[in-house]
Design a protein around this ligand. Structure first.
Ligand code: AMP
Length: 553
């Protein structure tokens, strides 16, 4: 795709940024990008309501990169993210989009890593600072001027930041930034606490929200599968084993992904092809014709390339990459279930995209059931069924055409018909695994573990910032104190103080979570106000406890 044909060319972006975006393989701006980029480019404050998976990172990263002055070697844009994981992801996205701007430097600042190198990178002139609030406040305590030159601030996943108790830290950061800065706030939800922040700290913000109309999808059976991003291809291959499909379309986000997945499928013997915006129109038409008449069974497409595609043979849609919004999801799965037939739609969801799944369920008014990867037994059953189906029609007249040959071969070889049939099967199945043990050996995936259960997804030890509060038991209220590990507090100090001063029994106190800059304590809902009044003057480690009810919205 050339710069002229990309939907991104319509924005007034620096050619280096545009070239980097096109090199990434994006074909068209997502809805949130379409609306946000011009507003941020024009220097307005903005509130964007969008969750992960909508393309929100590029929605702010591209215009912010455009607005900084690469020649100035000082921090100019600050992006705040709730977790270290997201901060790293955002920093990587900035680096990708700034690939052709060699003088732009990005630094990620988060807890659990030494402070010295982070501060050095900031002082050495990184223009973009991506930080978690807790750690950034630690830096501010050492050098309150460190953010004095920042004139663009982005709060990413603002609701998550508040849930993790970063409200006080945010206030400290706002104070450390020039009042004339541009401020952009992204949040999946806009509870009162977020609106209050916007009122106090944003100037005349423009609102951007992806409109979600309720959509109906009938005759399409929908399911989702939780999977890590790097296991999508093997998950797709496993699913194909057991899904009884005629023709299938798979949606991915980039043209590179169409090529990679189509060639992985071809390597496994599927009749598959890629369809993306780089492919000339007449070639695209050939691909679609092939899908119509059965020369192809699977097409791996981007949304742009699949526009208007109408092939009645399509029984299945695989959303290998999440769509940007529910409308696009509905649009994609509408490629199946054509002409009153039944269709099946499968959605692959990575751990960070679960929220998008909920949005899709809400907008479509339908539950998208969870499925697991097929286990070895299911794969074996499906393979044997396919073999049975392919051989059964041949049995009827094969004896009349090849019976004599069979007699001759068994006599020549000196074997039983069973031995010969087995040899022919081995030849016909071409080394395919057809026993449980053989299938288990060829499958690296653990079928019944979801990403949630695998250790890779667990919060790292020692990284206090990224853990969300645990679900609350009934009859309990969560309370918060601004005292945390950095004040020398341990759970036992809090427990001791509350037991002594509050006169509670040990069982009355639930989980105590100590984070770097605050702590959460679960207390009985009944009589809570009285208890908090009792603890009003309590001190722990020489500091006032100031325990308050913690609101999670
Ligand atoms: P985000 O919502 O920012 O977490 O983005 C989700 C994913 O979409 C990331 O992997 C991005 O690289 C990708 N992405 C963002 N914008 C586009 C686009 N216009 N076209 C294709 N992929 C995109």
């Amino acid at each position: 795709m050339t710069q002229e044909t990309s939907g991104f060319a319509a924005f007034d972006l620096n050619p280096n940024i545009l070239a980097a975006v096109i090199a990434t393989g994006y074909e068209e701006p997502s809805a949130i990008q379409q609306q946000s980029i011009p507003i941020i480019l024009a220097g307005h404050d903005m509130i964007g309501q969008a969750q992960t998976g909508t393309g929100k990172t590029a929605a702010f990263a591209l215009p912010i990169l455009n607005r900084i002055d690469p020649a100035k070697r000082e921090p100019q844009a600050l992006i705040l993210a709730p977790t270290r994981e997201l901060a790293l992801q955002v920093a990587t996205a900035f680096e990708t989009y700034a690939k052709q701007m060699p003088s732009v430097n990005v630094v990620a600042v988060y807890g659990g890593a030494p402070m010295g190198p982070q501060l050095k990178a900031i002082r050495n002139g990184a223009q973009i600072v991506v930080a978690t609030p807790g750690r950034l406040c630690d830096h501010l305590r050492r050098d309150e001027k460190v953010l004095a030159t920042v004139n663009h601030l982005v709060l990413d996943e603002a609701d998550e930041m508040l849930k993790l108790g970063f409200m006080d830290d945010l206030e400290v950061i706002f104070k450390a930034l020039p009042a004339t800065r541009q401020t952009v706030l992204f949040s999946a939800t806009l509870p009162q606490s977020i609106r209050a922040i916007a009122e106090r700290h944003l100037r005349d913000p423009q609102h951007v929200k992806i409109q979600t109309k309720t959509q109906t999808v009938t005759a399409i059976e929908q399911a989702h599968l939780l999977v890590h991003a790097d296991q999508k291809t093997s998950a797709v291959l496993s699913l194909l084993e057991v899904e009884d499909f005629d023709a299938l379309i798979m949606f991915v986000r980039t043209k590179q992904a169409t090529l990679d997945l189509a060639s992985a499928l071809e390597a496994k013997g599927y009749k598959a092809a890629a369809l993306n915006g780089d492919i000339a129109q007449n070639q695209r038409e050939r691909v679609i014709d092939s899908l119509k008449d059965g020369r192809l069974d699977i097409v791996v497409a981007t949304d742009v390339a699949a526009r208007g595609l109408d092939v009645p043979r399509i029984t299945h849609v695989f959303n290998v990459d999440m769509p940007y919004d529910p409308e696009s999801y509905v649009h994609r799965i509408g490629r199946t279930g054509r002409a009153g037939r039944e269709g099946r739609a499968l959605l692959l969801v990575t751990p960070r995209e679960r929220r998008m799944l909920q949005v899709i369920e809400r907008v479509t008014g339908q539950k998208v059931a969870e499925v697991r990867l097929p286990d070895a037994q299911a794969v074996l059953d499906a393979r044997i069924k396919k073999l049975t189906n392919s051989l059964a029609p041949l049995v009827a007249d094969a004896e009349s055409t090849h019976g004599d040959l069979l007699d001759r071969l068994t006599a020549d070889i000196g074997c039983s018909p069973r031995a010969l049939a087995a040899a022919l099967l081995r030849k016909a199945t071409n080394g395919q695994a057809l026993t449980l043990a053989a299938i288990e050996r060829e499958r690296p995936l653990v079928p019944n573990s979801t990403p949630r259960e695998r250790s890779g997804d667990r919060p790292e030890r020692g990284d206090r910032e990224r853990r969300a509060p645990a679900p609350l038991a009934e009859g309990r209220a969560r309370c918060r104190t601004a005292l945390g590990a950095r004040d020398g507090i341990a759970a036992k100090n809090l427990l001791g103080a509350i037991l002594n001063e509050g006169g509670l029994a040990r069982e009355a106190i639930g989980r105590i979570q100590v984070r770097d800059s605050f702590s959460l304590v679960e207390l009985p809902e009944e009589g809570l106000e009285k208890l908090l009044a009792k603890l009003k003057d309590t001190r722990v480690a020489g500091k006032q406890l100031k325990l308050r009810r913690y609101r999670e919205d």
